[in-house]
Ligand binder design. Structure first.
Ligand SMILES: *Cc1c(COP(=O)(O)O)cnc(C)c1O
Length: 452
């Protein structure tokens, strides 16, 4: 006899009640971060031998723990990269959990994988990748970048790449920190390309960097273009960098974790010219594709190369590696067990249609242009750079680093907005990351006036 015998009906009532209330909050409250000392006092550990009344545990979560988490799905959350999952995707995430769906292999999970693959195919098509492209959903952009670049490294090895000293990945100064991490894990070096005044990684900048350091050319095996840098939303020159990669036989990876969603938006699609030439790319649906955490799509032009790298060899797994047409997501990244985390997006996309996604993204891009205009017109703030996607970097001339931080704390304390300062070429600056379709221009005005 097992002892997991709480009253399921009571549990269901409590949890479904909580979830129903949370889903109907409009707007979601921003809430506050938490102090370790006060959480120790207000939320004493409930872990004991015999357990607690579920309603007591849920009350600690609802009354103390949840309000100590800043809601990244609040339309007032404008820091880092916010989130704005659709209700359909959130609800279906519960279905994935309640069904204990795994998504490891075709043998176990054909139905779930089939549906996930329709979404991957949709994303590959948006990027103009060939029909045989494929991949899998992983936990985030970091996991996607790592899995893709391991494949790139192994492919170079298999093709007999001989570095003069140590293998290198070409990146720009604006590349995401997860690429630096990946290089560290792979024990390869970064070949940092100095960008021009527009801070884009271009083919010309790449060639100039190689001319300056010709000795490193034989070390290169891959280059990473960012499709929407996290800090400023800059889209690199995919076409120009692809030319250089083609000449030198390098793997081109597109890190489009944040910006890849913009491939659905006609007003900015032109910025991604050349993305159809990448060997691999990622996009995080948990960012600008309105899916819940944690979800990143990883796609390869030639998935077979990834399979050669990532397939895990173990006697008890032999049975899963089989027939043609069967697809084992576990073979395309460094993971084995995986949640069928593409399904919440699949459900929501299927319910709403991708036109609804396009429109929501366009609406956020328009808000971004409007906000940039407001900054142009205001005398007390100035744009650092014209926004390309939905990030606005701007400064308040005359403010010290401390003033930016005080202002940011005040806005959170007053529950106006969560806007953290960033750095731009060493200077402390203000930054809006827009993503929530309910963020309003009125809120932007309110924040800008708070900077007078
Ligand atoms: C967010 C982001 C990542 C990392 O993605 P995670 O999902 O946080 O692991 C990588 N690259 C870029 C450009 C990003 O914006």
């Amino acid at each position: 006899m097992h002892s997991f015998t709480p009253d399921t009906a009571t549990l269901m009532n409590s949890i479904i009640g909580y979830v129903t209330e949370r889903l109907q909050l409009n707007p979601v409250p921003l809430d506050h971060g938490g102090e370790p000392a006060s959480l120790n006092e207000l939320a004493p550990s409930l872990i004991n031998e015999h357990g607690n009344d579920p309603n007591h545990v849920l009350a600690q979560f609802a009354d103390v723990l949840a309000p100590a988490v800043i809601s990244c799905d609040s339309p007032r959350f404008l820091s880092f990269i916010p989130a704005a999952p659709t209700k359909a995707s959130l609800l279906f995430d519960m279905v994935v959990s309640c069904s204990s769906l795994s998504g490891i292999s075709w043998l176990e999970a054909a139905g779930a994988i089939h549906a996930e693959n329709t979404v991957l195919k949709f994303l590959a098509d948006r990027a103009g990748m060939p029909p045989q492209s494929g991949g899998c959903f992983v936990s985030g952009g970091s996991a996607g970048n790592l899995s893709a670049l391991v494949t790139a490294r192994d492919t170079a090895r298999r093709r007999g790449h001989q570095p003069a000293t140590r293998r290198m990945i070409a990146v720009s100064e604006q590349s995401h920190s997860s690429i630096v991490n990946t290089a560290n894990i792979l024990d390869v070096d970064l070949f940092k390309v100095a960008t021009g005044p527009d801070d884009r990684f271009t083919g010309a900048a790449f060639r100039a960097a190689i001319e300056r350091q010709p000795g490193d050319a034989p070390n290169l095996f891959a280059a990473v273009c960012t499709g929407g840098t996290t800090n400023a939303g800059i889209v690199d020159d995919f076409a120009g960098v692809a030319d250089v990669c083609q000449e030198l036989g390098l793997w081109l990876h597109g890190d489009c974790a944040y910006g890849g969603a913009a491939l659905l938006a006609p007003s900015v699609q032109h910025r991604f010219v050349g993305i159809d030439r990448v060997d691999s790319f990622i996009v995080d649906p948990h960012k600008f594709l309105f899916a819940p955490f944690d979800c990143a799509a990883l796609l390869y032009r030639d998935p077979e190369l990834a399979r050669l790298t990532h397939t895990q060899d173990a006697s008890y797994l032999d049975v899963i590696h089989t027939e043609d047409g069967e697809w084992n997501p576990t073979d395309y990244a460094y993971h084995l067990t995986r949640r069928a985390r593409g399904l919440p997006l699949w459900f929501s996309l299927a319910v709403h249609g991708w036109g609804a996604y396009r429109d929501a993204i366009e609406q956020v891009l328009q808000l971004t242009r409007d906000a940039a205009n407001r900054i142009h017109l205001a005398a007390h703030v100035e744009l650092v750079r014209e926004p390309e996607l939905s990030v606005v970097v701007f400064r308040r001339p005359g403010w010290s680093d401390a003033q930016y931080h005080q202002w940011s704390h005040r806005l959170l304390e007053q529950q106006v907005a969560f806007v953290t300062p960033s750095k731009w070429h060493g200077e402390t600056v203000a930054r809006f990351a827009f993503l929530h379709p309910d963020t309003s221009l009125e809120l932007v005005d309110e924040i800008l006036s708070s900077m007078r």
